[in-house]
Design a protein around this ligand. Sequence first.
Ligand SMILES: [Zn+2]
Length: 302
Amino acid sequence: MTLPIVHHPGYDAKLPPTHRFPMSKYSLLMESLAVRGMLGGAIEVPSPAAAEWLNRAHDSGYVEQVLSCTVPHRIEREIGFPVDERVSRRAQLASAGTVLAARLALQQGIACNAAGGSHHARRSQGAGFCTLNDVGVAAALLLTEGLAERILVVDLDVHQGDGTADIFAEEPRVFTFSMHGERNYPVRKIASDLDIGLPDGIEDAAYLETLRATLPTVTARSAPDIVFYNAGVDPHFADRLGRMKLTDDGLRERDTTVIGHFRDRDIPVCGVIGGGYSTDVASLAERHAILFEVAAEFSAGD
Ligand SMILES: [Zn+2]
């Protein structure tokens, strides 16, 4: 079986190439996947998420601001770019994309959104390059629709998953696990159900050892019907913002460890790409492609 991959050309909101946020990585990732022969008919295209979905994870006032492109400048500054029509549409598409990938994962065991992981968007507002919290929207919708009763978020982006923790702070059916750089952004972290703060400069072996020691615990504590996996590549040594020292092989081993752990237990996995910041956007896209290569290995032969 081929890996279901969710993508929309609108994921790339075409920010200027000089912008701190490497927006072109979404388009380049698809080129990387095409070169690998992974786009043979398995592309699923989302439609923009309606307010009704977004309101499940966010305050309706903020959703209205995003949809009408009237987000206050104070919040736009926290997000890191103006929420114009293209950025707004991108956020709606990425949220719907994670919803679609989650539904496909429930049907086929594993699926990935070629965007998503906007984990700094809190219930009341966006922040840190995140406008809307796609995993928050998708997890809340699955609960509402009765498609899942218990959900686990495994967030291995190098930054702490404060927005997702905020959205599900009062929701016992969603277990949030974040493993991140303790001294990295955000300065004020919002407690997840389990947080592991790692030191700057950590390398593959110590990182993977901590991960392997933790997965059984979070699985037992959450007993999930589905896992959302944020596979941010910003723990890589070449990342501008990450401060960790993981290698390509380390990231591959990380993704294999996480996806293998849950697929061995027959728990569906919905992958999202999360953060990755590099001026060499071509290399960055290759790094994000690792998730898809690993996920495809676990979707074949199902
Ligand atoms: Zn990040």
